[in-house]
Design a protein. Structure first.
Length: 376
């Protein structure tokens, strides 16, 4: 194995000097020090699963990662920046994206079709601009990944124009969802009924992330979700109600421009992390009629963004809070809100403050007064 790894490294870097591990004749494993995200990205560029398996001789950690299939749109990031800054026209941007989309679809298809009949994949993630025009393509990807007992399924389709892809229960009913532990959907039209079907048929689901969908209005499940630990609902502007029973829920992220949400989560003794917008935070602090409000004293991490307008009328004692992040978008009462939160958090360890002020003089005044408070 050591000789094989040395040969492979020499093939990649023929002029490199290979540093051996102490007490062995094996080359030092620098690749294992890389983050998982980088290793998965490298492995995903190989369209053949057998090629990924062979690379496990390069790094001990690679043998556990070659079953991750991650396909993203990193090649389009510079193009998007140029379009966003007005350096290129919409027509040119659309034409380039269309060309890259065809290559992207072919690449994903090749990777999936070259899987052996008994291969199992741990993660299947697609990040690209794909709308409802490509429904049959996306359906096929989901079908293949579910047949391969995928654990983590992510579809971030980034639809800018056109109709969004819709995930249906008809597609999912043809496959077992028991292996699924993590589902992440962004810019995908999905209804509460479809998510209820998913949650009811995924006994080991631990994480659910839904972002930027107009179809999601409520989420209800009759069966308990004992494995669910992380729930995120982001930018779903028509979402109004959630009713689930997740006794092991650890974190809830609800970033929606709504001041009210009818939330029933049941008993959540392990709930320690909350991320919300300012309007909903006011509602939680002023009302003690939901499980989230009654669990505020348990929180160890709290992130409140887009704090606008008046002072918080009431901030409960956050006696277990260790990390606090506040996003202030209005100078008036901004300092008061900061100091009120600090006074309510005696065990605070880390504090982050994001200030969005057009008037730099006011921003400077806020910072100076805040520093004076901290050291007074």
């Amino acid at each position: 194995m050591g000789k094989d790894r040395t040969k492979l490294i020499k093939l990649v870097h023929p002029n490199s000097k290979i540093k051996l591990q102490k007490g062995t004749n094996l080359p030092q494993d620098r690749l294992s020090e890389l983050p998982n995200e980088i290793l998965v990205c490298i492995l995903s560029s190989l369209s053949n699963l057998e090629e990924r398996q062979r690379t496990s001789v390069l790094s001990k950690r690679w043998r556990y990662l070659f079953r991750n299939l991650v396909f993203d749109d990193s090649i389009l990031v510079p193009l998007w920046k140029k379009y966003n800054c007005g350096e290129i026209s919409k027509d040119r941007y659309t034409m380039t994206v269309s060309s890259e989309r065809s290559k992207f679809i072919s690449r994903v298809n090749r990777a999936l079709l070259k899987l052996n009949p008994h291969d199992i994949i741990d993660q299947f993630k697609v990040v690209f601009n794909l709308d409802a025009t490509y429904t049959s393509v996306i359906d096929n990807w989901i079908s293949l990944s579910l047949r391969k007992k995928v654990k983590k399924l992510s579809l971030h389709l980034k639809t800018l124009w056109g109709t969004r892809y819709a995930l249906t229960s008809q597609l999912l009913q043809s496959y077992s969802l028991e292996s699924l532990t993590d589902l992440s959907l962004a810019s995908v039209d999905v209804t509460g009924e479809v998510l209820e079907y998913v949650l009811s048929n995924c006994p080991f689901i631990e994480s659910l992330h839904v972002q930027s969908t107009w179809s999601l209005k409520n989420l209800k499940t009759s069966a308990p979700l004992p494995k669910l630990k992380h729930l995120e609902i982001l930018y779903c502007d028509y979402f109004r109600q959630i009713e689930i029973h997740a006794i092991n829920l650890v974190s809830f992220k609800y970033v929606v421009n709504m001041t009210t949400l009818k939330a029933v989560l049941g008993d959540v003794p392990n709930f320690v992390s909350l991320s919300v917008m300012g309007g909903y935070a006011r509602y939680l602090f002023d009302n003690n009629d939901c499980s989230i409000s009654r669990s505020l004293s348990q929180l160890e991490t709290l992130d409140i963004s887009y704090i606008l307008g008046n002072r918080f009328k009431r901030i409960p004692e956050l006696r277990n809070l260790r990390q606090l992040k506040l996003g202030i978008y209005h100078f008036t009462n901004g300092l008061f809100n900061c100091t009120s939160f600090l006074k309510a958090s005696p065990m605070l360890h880390t504090f982050g403050l994001k200030v969005d002020l057009i008037n730099l003089e006011l921003c400077d005044l806020l910072c100076r007064n805040f520093i004076i408070y901290l050291f007074s």
